[in-house]
Design a protein around this ligand. Sequence first.
Ligand SMILES: Cc1cc2nc3c(=O)[nH]c(=O)nc-3n(C[C@H](O)[C@H](O)[C@H](O)COP(=O)(O)OP(=O)(O)OC[C@H]3O[C@@H](n4cnc5c(N)ncnc54)[C@H](O)[C@@H]3O)c2cc1C
Length: 454
Amino acid sequence: MTFDVIVIGSGQAGVPLATRLARAGKRVLLAERGDLGGTCINTGCTPTKTMIASARAAHVARTSARLGVHTGQVDIDLAAVVDRKDAVVRKWREGIGRRLQVDRLTVARGHARFVGERHVEVAGEVHGAEVIVINVGARPALPPLEGLGQVPWLDNATVMQLRELPSHLLVLGGGYIGCEFGQMFRRFGAPVTIVDRSDHLLGREDPEIASALEDVFRNEGIDLHLGAKVAAVSGRAGEIALRLGSGKELRGSHLLVAVGRRPNTDDLGCDKAGVALDAKGYVVADDDYRTSAPGVHAVGDVLGGPQFTHTSWDDHRLLFDVLLGRPHRGRSGRFIPYTAFTDPQVAGVGLTEKEARQRGTAYEAATIPFGTVARAIEVDETAGVMKVLVDPKTEGVLGAAIVGAEAGELIHVFVALMQAGASARAIVDAEFVHPTFAEGVQTLVMKLDRFALR
Ligand SMILES: Cc1cc2nc3c(=O)[nH]c(=O)nc-3n(C[C@H](O)[C@H](O)[C@H](O)COP(=O)(O)OP(=O)(O)OC[C@H]3O[C@@H](n4cnc5c(N)ncnc54)[C@H](O)[C@@H]3O)c2cc1C
């Protein structure tokens, strides 16, 4: 059949794009080979944050004596935690199904593949369209690790199906996914070991940001092996061993592999359509999401990053304007924040100090311990640190990072300021409610010499 637009993948960009285009009068085909809603809803943000809520409840109950509240023994019913997660995921997935019931929108279930220029085959039928949008996302990458093919391992999807607690979880990878799962399972009661070849967790962060999280993890009893290269894995179900380059061996019952993502382009027939890929298989696209093939656009994780739900969703917003010929700005004009939903959360936007130095960007930086914020002391959530980098000429924010309670909310103060191109002085002039965590943002900015009260 012929459509105006074919969208491949019902991810965070594909669903809103397909429905809005159909409402705007286009005949749209949306192809999906798996569960509706993509990674975020099925195996990413939604299930992880739902399970993290259970892990935090366990932690708060276990540690409530510090607030003078004594609870009994804390028991984790992992099967109930997983059932609750599944119910939340199911609700979202069904909601997507309802959202897709729009006139002029056809949903085809099956693997879609280019069979020629502007032609796609799905479920045994070939369809053509003037515009094709690739929103196929990414999946877990596997490291070329000796022995990995011979041992059972878990990824972000299968680890959330465990109904019994591992007797010892080994986590390969100290990025945000490894950190979120590592702390979650530790709080459920499992011994946890995290291994990463970087010297710090969350390798991109400045050392004091990562160290603040590492301190918390160590205090909670998570065993960290950083700067450690894994040479080989061996064993069988229930008995896994990781051999480090140093010769040391780490043993556990289960192995979670969380070392990054790879794009779902290997069986997409991009060569048939003339869609160029980079060396890692990500789709190459310009600022308006145009690929090398006329009429073919790409959005979301398949572009190689930053790989976040909010980025993919915002891609749909910008591409919608591109496709309808509306005035728009390119994707490079955005500031993309992120949050690791560990406890405390780690959030950031813009440049790190490391990156500013590498680029030779002039900056002034300030840092304060999260524990100096009144609210943090009152609720006894003092772990963490806040950091900001400001452009000495414009006083604009170059970047910020926060480790602390609700860091993922606080970072938006900086995001809005950066997107508006405003001076950080606005934070000094604004009144911040007392006692909130956000007051710490103002204290942080006032720590910069130029904004200090004298
Ligand atoms: C464990 C985990 C936790 C995460 N937590 C967060 C978080 O807290 N916050 C955040 O912002 N981001 C988070 N992310 C990242 C977020 O999930 C992704 O960035 C987001 O889902 C990307 O959306 P997308 O639209 O690019 O693709 P996806 O959501 O991956 O959707 C792609 C869809 O395309 C389908 N597809 C692929 N190939 C084909 C084909 N050939 N034919 C038909 N269909 C196809 C897939 O089945 C899938 O449904 C997390 C990811 C993981 C793994």
